[in-house]
Design a binder for this molecule. Structure first.
Ligand code: FE2
Length: 273
């Protein structure tokens, strides 16, 4: 039986355009018990485990995110009352989680045949935790395995071109939440067995429900998405030189010229090293 239940009719119109619900069969999967997650966290290199206090505002300066003082293991074992937020990054490097990721994403390949850079993340978070407002570069499906979450997702056009350019310049993914746009978000209430597709660069924030939560985030990139990010980098450079660049996606020919210029620049840089 397949792990994902995809409404294939949504993909033609909504894939990577607007968020939509999916269902999955990971609830009760032995790889996602807290005991197994503790073992996984122990096996993982320290830099792949990020955790901090979970009771954060929607706008969080990443440099000032408070810690909890607990160890990784304590955080997972006491997740019900640890007031923590934790992510295990790149868990696909572990064979079992890599297989689960592949099994899920193989089902998406018909809609993204040039999929590459598959990565998986496990979020383990305390009741009421908040993932502040932010943007990501990957195509994402967030699958809720345990507990509940509200995920509020906005169209990428609520962001200015400059905000996206700053992200691609290498600034932290957290963004300043614009209260005047609050009503434009769509909130997905995720219970175990449910999930949501998040388009590339669609900003979002997450609030946990009243129980501890475990979610599995499966992500990938495409050559087209990577070309777009190169164009944002070029635009950021142009803007820093005082030139007002044409927004990404407005004129495909201009985007293509910028991408080719960027690719050439990168190749020359590599040859120079
Ligand atoms: Fe995200």
């Amino acid at each position: 039986m397949s792990l994902l239940d995809l409404d294939t009719s949504r993909f033609g119109t909504d894939f990577n355009v607007r968020p939509f619900s999916v269902r999955h069969r990971l609830v009760g999967h032995p790889a996602f018990t807290l005991e197994r997650l503790v073992e996984l966290a122990r096996r993982m290199p320290a830099e792949r485990v990020e955790y901090n206090a979970g009771d954060l505002p929607l706008t969080q300066d990443p440099a000032l995110t408070p810690r909890t003082g607990l160890s990784i293991e304590e955080t997972i074992r006491r997740i019900n009352d640890a007031k923590s937020w934790m992510v295990l990054k790149r868990v696909e490097t572990d064979a079992e989680y890599g297989r689960i990721l592949d099994e899920c994403l193989d089902q998406v390949v018909p809609y993204a045949p040039d999929m590459r850079g598959r990565q998986a993340f496990i979020f383990i978070s305390s009741p009421g935790s908040v993932t502040p407002y932010h943007i990501d570069h990957e195509y994402n499906f967030l699958l809720q395995v345990r507990g509940t979450k509200h995920m509020t997702i906005f169209d990428r056009d609520v962001l200015s071109e400059e905000a996206i350019e700053r992200f691609y310049r290498g600034e932290h993914r957290n963004l300043v939440f614009d209260e005047s746009r609050a009503a434009q978000g769509r909130t997905f209430e995720l219970a175990p067995g449910e999930g949501v597709h998040v388009p590339v660069n669609a900003p979002h924030y997450v609030k946990n429900g009243p129980e501890a939560s475990v979610s599995f985030s499966i992500t990938f990139r495409t050559p087209d998405g990577d070309r777009r990010s190169s164009v944002y980098r070029v635009n950021e450079r142009m803007r820093s030189l005082g030139i007002k660049p044409r927004p990404v996606g407005k004129t495909p020919l201009v985007d293509r010229a910028k991408y080719l210029g960027y690719a050439l620049y990168k190749r020359v840089q590599r040859l120079g090293r």
